[in-house]
Design a protein around this ligand. Structure first.
Ligand SMILES: Nc1ncnc2c1ncn2[C@@H]1O[C@H](COP(=O)(O)OP(=O)(O)O)[C@@H](O)[C@H]1O
Ligand SMILES: O=P(O)(O)OC[C@H]1O[C@](O)(COP(=O)(O)O)[C@@H](O)[C@@H]1O
Length: 304
């Protein structure tokens, strides 16, 4: 079974305005709300690809009730833990460019964290665990390695999609895959990544720190993949993005989908890039049908 953990779920509130002017009142001409947070998005894309997963995490208040409802409506199994404070609302303002405001994370009580540990302790061989997204302020930043340590020797494959300290501290526990974007990986090593080769070099440093496989997503520049045996770079079609929210999560879900089907790394990577690109270039999240449209346009080369 695949489990996704979203420690800090959100309602993603997308709102379209013609232009964003500081200090003025805007009238929205379109809006959209859905359950968000990286693990939940991975579960949503997996469902669209016909794969079951169970979503774990903390939800609370009226926002938490909406998140539960949306996850259930999407046909995703969940074992969310209830907390008292409201889950956050992340605002995505779409004008000529996109401006995001991430809401304040709720307090996670110590008992709720213990309940999550108890759920995770039940995982075993053949299970996958996706640890994705930000860590609420009341939890320690090394929560991801703490979770991974509990799974040591159990044969669970961990996919880690985090940034900053949450990513750095997780590497030593040898996650099966990490998927930083190029800004997040560059920040980890104090460099700016602008090319595929630079991303591969930094990806290799992340391997030295413990990661087993690394995808570095680079928005409109595509992505690279590295592990101890191979390195690949993917080029993607140049089109105006429609919605880049959830593109990274689609990539993680795409790789997970392909990996569980037993595909080789190159094909799994190509499918993952196609999934991310399809989401970025479409109105909603990618599906098999829409991925098929873009897959022929993704070119993957081996890099020495
Ligand atoms: N502007 C874009 N045009 C085409 N594809 C995109 C665009 N932005 C993102 N993508 C696709 O989605 C993937 C993940 O996007 P990225 O922005 O790098 O990740 P994240 O959402 O995690 O920050 C990219 O590798 C690419 O395949
Ligand atoms: O937990 P974080 O890092 O604040 O990210 C949460 C946000 O990321 C998203 O999961 C989108 O992530 P990506 O664009 O990286 O795929 C949104 O749904 C959510 O608002």
């Amino acid at each position: 079974m695949i489990y996704t953990v979203t420690l800090n779920p959100s309602i993603d509130y997308h709102v379209w305005v013609p232009a964003l002017d500081k200090g003025t009142i805007h009238e929205a001409h379109k809006e959209w709300k859905d359950a968000g947070g990286k693990g939940i998005n991975v579960s949503k894309v997996l469902r669209l690809l016909g794969v079951d997963s169970t979503a774990l995490g903390f939800v609370g208040g009226f926002t938490g009730a909406f998140i539960r409802q949306q996850v259930e409506r999407a046909g995703i199994a969940h074992q969310f833990l209830s907390i008292e404070q409201d889950s956050r609302i992340n605002i995505k303002i779409k004008a000529d460019t996109e401006t995001d405001i991430s809401g304040v994370s709720p307090e996670i009580p110590a008992e709720a964290l213990q309940q999550l540990f108890a759920q995770i302790d039940l995982l075993g061989p053949d299970d996958y665990l996706v640890l994705a997204g930000s860590v609420p302020k009341s939890l320690p930043l090394d929560i991801y390695p703490t979770i991974m340590k509990r799974l040591q020797g159990k044969g669970v494959r961990v996919f880690l999609d985090a940034k900053g300290e949450a990513l750095k501290s997780g590497l030593s526990e040898q996650p099966f895959l990490i998927k930083p974007n190029h800004h997040e990986l560059g920040e980890l090593f104090g460099v700016e990544i602008t090319t595929h080769n630079e991303a591969i070099a930094c990806g290799r440093k992340a391997l030295e720190l413990g990661a087993q496989n690394v995808i570095v997503s680079m928005a409109e520049q595509g992505a690279v993949f590295v592990n101890r045996e191979v390195a690949f770079a993917a080029r993607i079609p140049k089109r105006k993005p429609v919605n880049s929210i959830g593109a990274g999560d689609s990539m993680v879900a795409g790789f997970l989908y392909a990996h569980t089907k037993g595909w080789r790394a190159e094909e799994a990577f190509r499918f993952a890039v196609a999934a991310g690109t399809t989401t970025a270039l479409s109105e909603g999240f990618c599906t098999h049908e829409t991925i098929r449209t873009y897959l022929p346009e993704i070119s993957v080369i081996t890099v020495e």
